[in-house]
Design a protein around this ligand. Structure first.
Ligand SMILES: [Zn+2]
Length: 378
């Protein structure tokens, strides 16, 4: 009997880690190493850390993130942003981000952050952008030295509760040839609809630039609809609430409403972040995460980390959780990964070459490794 090793589940942990992965939704200020937070607090004279030891601090971050209290969750970002107010700190954090993602098997990542949050000690926005780009360039080089190949693109985020979105959008266009591949808005969703930032989105469209919008996480369908139909978003950050427009009939058959049908028909990428969605209450549990249904219905879903530090996660861990909950194998991982690569903001030919030169051949090789392990055992 012929067995496709790509359907075997669960995928052994070492193969999940080695599998090429593509990450579209990761926050720079949500992914610091705990030791780095401690070091930077000491170096930059940041006085407010709740713990001085890296392990204790990591536990504090996880406890705050899982507390169910939005205030405590937001306090975690106060600290990571608080220690990254200098060019050196930003550069280090970006370098380590690229190194950590590469070591986890990520071959392409789009990492986002809000320049306007790093101006407390006198940096100008362009200095923030340049420090982060320099850090990513260093991280990509040191990853190669460690035997990994990663490419990192930057998304500049504007805070939806503030009024700088047009300026940040212009910054994204200014640095589009230097490694910034797109734009995003983030922050409290309820009460701050994306249409408040229409000027920024219209500007970006006139400039033929790409953007994604955090929508349909805390807030439902109207937020998704505005992001797509008023603002013209290329992708949706999270978008989990699109399931509110899918009804399961008495026959068990799913029926898509107009908006859900539009999202699927137009192949709008959904940047789903399973662990984060459970933490914020956007999904009940990993097992009941809408990603299972949406994948079955053929939506353009992708798997992401959101905030690796706060959620204590990585791309490998997210895939392990999904593989376990939904019985996914290497074939499913490849499907999610190609979805993400197709949805990236890189030029089309570069997306294709990562798919054809890295993702597909490496998954084939891993299927062969898994098949071999099984024959050895039988
Ligand atoms: Zn996010």
């Amino acid at each position: 009997m012929f067995l496709d090793a790509g359907t075997i589940t669960p995928v052994p942990a070492d193969l999940v880690r080695r599998a090429p992965k593509v990450l579209l939704h990761d926050h720079l200020d949500g992914g610091l190493r705990p030791q780095t937070v401690v070091d930077l607090a000491a170096e930059t004279g940041y006085p407010d850390l709740p713990e001085q030891d890296a392990d204790a601090l990591a536990r504090w971050f996880a406890a705050a993130a899982f507390s169910g209290s939005l205030e405590r969750y937001l306090e975690t970002f106060k600290h990571t942003v608080g220690v990254t107010q200098t060019a050196e700190a930003l550069r280090r954090v970006a370098r380590e981000c690229a190194e950590d993602l590469a070591a986890d098997g990520v071959v392409y990542a789009e990492v986002r952050y809000a320049p306007e949050l790093h101006l407390e000690k006198g940096l100008e926005v362009h200095q923030v952008v340049e420090a982060v780009l320099a850090g990513f360039a260093e991280g990509q080089r040191s990853a190669v030295a460690a035997g990994h190949r990663i490419r990192v693109g930057v998304l500049l985020t504007a805070m939806r509760t503030a009024t700088h979105s047009r300026q940040i959008a212009e910054l994204a266009v200014d640095y589009r040839d230097a490694g910034v591949v797109g734009f995003d808005i983030a922050g409290a969703e309820a009460g701050f609809p994306p249409t408040r930032h229409l000027d920024a989105f219209e500007y970006l469209r006139r400039e033929n630039a790409h953007f994604t919008i955090h929508a349909g996480e805390a807030f439902g369908l109207p937020s998704i609809w505005e992001a797509l139909q008023w603002c013209g978003a290329d992708r949706l950050g999270h978008g989990v609430r699109i399931v509110d427009d899918i009804e399961i009939g008495p026959d068990g058959e799913p029926h898509l409403g107009r908006l859900a049908a539009y999202v699927r028909d137009r192949r709008i990428p959904l940047e789903m972040c399973p662990s984060s969605n459970v933490q914020t209450g956007a999904a009940e549990s990993i097992e009941r995460h809408p990603i299972g249904l949406l994948r079955r219905l053929g939506f353009r879903v992708t798997v992401n980390t959101d905030n690796r530090l706060m959620s204590g996660t990585s791309m490998s861990k997210e895939f392990e959780l999904l593989n376990e909950a939904f019985g996914y194998g290497l074939n499913d991982m490849q499907w999610f990964t190609i979805n993400a690569m197709k949805s990236s903001f890189l030029p089309f030919d570069e997306r294709l070459s990562i798919i054809n030169d890295q993702i597909k051949p490496q998954y084939s090789a891993l299927r062969a490794v898994l098949a071999e392990r099984l024959t050895e055992r039988s």
